[in-house]
Write a protein that binds this ligand. Structure first.
Ligand code: ADP
Ligand code: MG
Length: 881
């Protein structure tokens, strides 16, 4: 530290301000205190003024900030105002003081650092008492007690009468400041190959509160402090870092961390000019996965994305492309979409099974991140992936339990989930689904587990009821608890000190699943959590061993059930904590509008989610059935499916030539891996370097992943293509031709205008791959080819062989709709003839007479019953409503 007295340092700051910040200070004086209360100082300028002073600032930030603020107070101002409470907030530190969040270590304690990341959680802004004025109830004297961040401090005795109170806090005389807590997580672009992002909590006060929203990319500068962890109320020797924030600024720049050198640019241009640039791209995506050239080309287009358009009327058309892979298990879908992380300049990968408590969109909850009363807004995957790609595996996961399952309610009582659904249906609003219903507006709260393993009470936002699948899994734990769930229902498994999630079908005997302990620390939503329990590493749950697991037939159950518990996405079922699904309604809007609105209690926020969704899902019945329309085969609602620009289906059918090539490819990939391991581990190897290189070359990406990331970022930043007349003509002709097949009175509508927008986006992306500012006819033809083949797979009614947009857009094909109409007509005709409604067997006979498939008719009747359009006045008799 420079050997200077206090007053010299204050003088130094005064001089610095005069040289560098005179205008800013004069402006501050005019705006103070209502519009502005801080002078924002760039550290680099301080360094230019006096390197020693700047270094002192880093070493002893607190003291130096005080001197700087003192200098501000003493500053000669043209108007008569005192900047008494104004802050000096430093930012823009040198690179040596901007560690990655994961690099922060004990030595960084009390030092000034700047971190970059994305705001994952933010509490609402609440007043915090800084100095409490205690009024003695006996003599009326005010005793002032400064409050630090720990517990609330009361005076030992009255400063007037020296008696021990009683005291009352006098709010008017106390000093309050606005305070807020943020959690900043490492940006997705800084992470390679699926590292788990680390986070740092930042406490901010006064004028810098309420300035950022979850999802914002920010730089936060402040002093690192320690906070002691505690375990079940006991303090532990381990501490957590948090930052006392001096400044928090939104980073506007996209991909700011990407250093694209001139050399890189040269290589990028070179590749972009090659005739085989598209093949090169395809050869750079998941090279270990054989085949899927068209899917990989589509993923390439998704990486580059189309142009976001702002129309003259103020509306906006997204440029981002959403894409879905649905297919048989074990066909490499997960591998492929996981690879996106290696090459997308910004991406978030999550499996529908796990993912953060905010799920895919966002959550507003009262939890232990705040003080237990504060609302916290948390960004989910689609927000964290803003301006990038959200890769979501197992998008369709169905997490349900059977109706007799007992759920622990907030008041500690028990109720079967079937009964809960019944009661909810009576009071809530019902949204019919293809295979069940969702009930909202439910007045119910249940026990649920937070991220830190604390059991709390939370409201249920929706109850779901689905047709039971043909197979279920039954689990038995060592303490005799039993639970029946769908095969992919995730359980929390305790493993080596941490909690992982595993689906019911992948559970093994001996796995230990979490069960709530009988402890009294249950915190009601909105109840106060003490500072200790908020930071408690102690859990209210304990692991119990699974001693039985078997597959059972689903036929004994008509329905299975699920609850949406906001923010935690789990509940206590038959004494076990089980994961549940999230409510998807926010997601549909997010994909189209690319923003997520949260309005709840005091929170009204709009989070940006300008990202592309790359989803993967498995068919509901295990394997694809090419004779069934797609909407019948996946557990995704039409409102979601129709948002995808491209849907690929992946079927796994034996084919000798393909199988041979696939086998060869997988064996080569593995062999190359073996050689690499041997080269690293063994000294004398009987394989030459050339041989090794030849093998690895076959499985290396064509364009190095690092360069490809830069290529994509560069193109997205610099390339804004426009369509040529030829390209527009190609797309127009394709669309009109396809539609013309639907002009017959009786025909289905083959495609809707949504596809047209998809074609535009795709062809713009295709131009961007070449770094071209014009969309040529070749781009249009390339994407027409892809769209045609996707439509062939999912847009054709298997019963008629005709294109039918409603399969995707409405979830019901025209032939299905006709069948339903015919059936209802049949039933209402037949019920005229009988007193007690139309007998089912007569309905089935007549249906068969008019050429309807027996099982299809059965299925449709079942659905009509579910939707309440047909009911059973007595067993095996039907009546229309
Ligand atoms: P899915 O998600 O479709 O169920 P996975 O991505 O988990 O399938 O793939 C299962 C395994 O099979 C992975 O190890 C993957 O590498 C391998 N595999 C499947 N299809 C291919 C393929 N076409 N080329 C190379 N490997 C494949
Ligand atoms: Mg998979």
């Amino acid at each position: 530290m420079a050997q200077a007295g206090n007053s010299e340092l204050v003088d130094a700051f005064e001089q610095f301000f005069r040289n560098y910040y005179d205008n800013e200070i004069k402006q501050l004086a005019q705006q103070y205190p209502n519009e502005q209360r801080s002078l924002h100082v760039d550290w680099q300028e301080l360094y230019r003024f006096d390197p020693d002073l700047a270094d002192d600032m880093l070493a002893q930030p607190e003291q130096l900030q005080r001197y700087a603020e003192e200098a501000l107070r003493l500053y000669d101002l043209p108007i008569d105002v005192s900047l008494g409470q104004a802050h000096v907030r430093i930012k823009n530190l040198p690179e040596t003081e901007t560690p990655e969040i994961r690099e922060i270590r004990a030595r960084d304690m009390n030092s000034l650092v700047e971190v970059h990341g994305i705001v994952r959680k933010a509490t609402d802004v609440r007043p915090k008492i800084e100095e409490a004025a205690f009024e003695c109830q006996l003599c009326g004297t005010l005793s002032r007690v400064p409050q630090s961040s720990g517990d609330f401090q009361e005076p030992h005795e009255c400063q007037g009468c020296e008696r021990q109170g009683p005291f009352k806090v006098n709010f008017d005389q106390s000093e309050f400041v606005d305070s807020q807590k943020l959690r900043i997580q490492e940006s997705p672009e800084g992470l390679r190959g699926g590292e788990t992002p680390q986070a740092l909590d930042v406490h901010v006060e006064d004028d810098i509160t309420g300035e950022v929203t979850p999802g914002d990319h920010v730089s936060a500068t402040g002093v690192l402090r320690l906070e002691q962890q505690s375990n079940q109320g006991e303090k532990t020797p381990v501490f957590d870092f948090y930052m006392e924030g001096m400044s928090v600024d939104i980073d506007e720049e996209q991909f700011e961390d990407m250093d694209i050198t001139d050399e890189d640019k040269k290589r990028i241009y070179e590749i972009s000019n090659r005739d085989d640039v598209y093949e090169k791209m395809v050869g750079s995506i998941a090279p270990s996965i054989y085949g899927y050239d068209q899917e990989k080309l589509a993923m390439t287009l998704q990486l580059f994305s189309g142009v976001t358009k702002h129309l003259p009327d103020g509306s906006r058309i997204r440029g981002d492309l959403h894409m879905l892979l649905i297919g048989d298990p074990g066909t490499g879908k997960s591998q492929m979409i996981g690879y996106i992380q290696n090459i997308a300049p910004r991406s978030v990968y999550t499996s529908g099974k796990g993912s953060s408590s905010a799920g895919l969109t966002a959550a507003a909850v009262r939890d232990d991140f705040g003080d237990g009363q504060q609302w916290t807004l948390e960004a989910g995957a689609l927000v964290l992936a803003d301006q990038g790609i959200a890769a979501v595996d197992e998008l369709d996961k169905m997490r349900c339990v059977t109706g007799e399952t007992i759920v622990k309610l907030a008041d500690g009582s028990n109720e079967s989930i079937g009964e809960i659904a019944c009661q909810a249906a009576a009071g809530g609003t019902i949204e019919p689904l293809e295979n069940g219903q969702t009930i909202r507006g439910v007045d119910l709260a249940v026990r649920t587990m937070t991220e830190s393993g604390v059991i709390v009470d939370r409201p249920v936002t929706a109850v779901h009821q689905y047709e039971a699948p043909s197979e279920l899994i039954e689990i038995v734990t060592e303490d005799g608890k039993q639970l029946r769930t769908t095969a992919d229902h995730p359980f929390f498994i305790y493993q080596n000190g941490s909690v992982v999630e595993r689906s019911a079908e992948n559970l093994e005997i001996g796995d230990r699943t979490l069960t709530p302990q009988d402890r009294s620390s249950v915190i009601a939503d909105g109840g106060v959590v003490s500072a200790e329990s908020a930071h408690s590493a102690g859990r209210d749950v304990e692991p119990k061993e699974i001693i039985g697991r078997r597959r059972i037939e689903g036929d004994d159950w008509d329905y299975v059930y699920d609850l949406t518990v906001e923010g935690t996405h789990n509940f206590v079922a038959n004494g076990m904590v089980v994961h549940n699904s999230e409510d998807r309604s926010a997601m549909h809007e997010a994909l189209e509008q690319q923003k997520i609105s949260v309005s709840k209690a005091g929170i009204n926020a709009t989070l940006k989610s300008r990202c592309s969704l790359l989803g993967a899902a498995n068919p509901k019945y295990g394997r694809f059935d090419q004779y069934e329309p797609i909407s019948e085969q996946i557990d995704l609602e039409p409102a979601l499916i129709s948002r995808f620009d491209l849907i690929f289906t992946v079927t796994d059918t034996p084919d000798e030539e393909k199988d041979r090539n696939l086998a060869e490819h997988i064996l080569t990939t593995n062999y190359a891996g073996e050689l690499t391991t041997q080269r690293e581990q063994m000294t004398n190897l009987d394989v030459t370097q050339d041989e090794i290189e030849e093998m690895t070359e076959q499985v290396d990406p064509e364009i190095d992943a690092d360069l490809l990331r830069k290529y994509i970022a560069f193109s997205k930043q610099n390339c804004h293509p426009r369509m040529t007349e030829e390209a527009r003509e190609s797309i127009r002709d394709f669309y009109v031709n396809l539609r013309s097949k639907g002009t017959d009175e009786d025909a289905a509508v083959p495609v809707t205008a949504r596809k047209l927008e998809a074609l535009v986006r795709l062809s713009e992306a295709s131009a961007r791959v070449r770094l071209s500012d014009t969309v040529e006819q070749s781009d249009a033809d390339r994407v027409i080819e892809i769209v045609r083949s996707c439509l062939q797979d999912v847009g054709v009614d298997p019963e008629t062989g005709e294109f039918d947009a409603d399969i995707v857009e409405a979830g019901t094909s025209k032939s299905q709709r006709d069948r339903i109409k015919n059936l209802k007509q049949l039933i209402s005709d037949i019920e005229e003839e009988y007193d007690d409604g139309a007998p089912v067997d007569i309905v089935m006979d007549r249906a068969e007479e008019i050429g309807m498939d027996h099982s299809k008719a059965e299925h449709e009747i079942e659905k009509l019953k579910q939707k309440g359009e047909v009911y059973e006045p007595s067993t095996d008799n039907l009546r229309t409503t």
